[in-house]
Design a protein. Structure first.
Length: 78
């Protein structure tokens, strides 16, 4: 398998984990991702990243990626 394909497969696997986590949070009635400043998304991104690093927590890694995605989409739309 080529390096490029391995990268693509890794991104696909991670994106699936992100989607699964987003759906879980949506079912728990977590909203507000379209207004990151109203929900302290930048701060929460940093907190999740710290949790992921210190606790080696997979959910925190995925949450970090999702918060980064929220910021990416929000900033792109400005």
């Amino acid at each position: 398998m080529s390096e490029k394909q391995e990268l693509y497969d890794a991104v696909d696997e991670f994106a699936e984990a992100m989607k699964k986590r987003l759906l879980t949070k949506l079912k728990q009635r977590w909203y507000g991702w379209k207004r990151p400043n109203d929900y302290n998304i930048p701060d929460r991104l940093l907190i999740q990243a710290a949790n992921a690093r210190s606790n080696k927590d997979q959910k925190s890694l995925v949450d970090t990626a999702n918060f980064a995605m929220f910021m990416f989409v929000y900033n792109r739309r400005k």
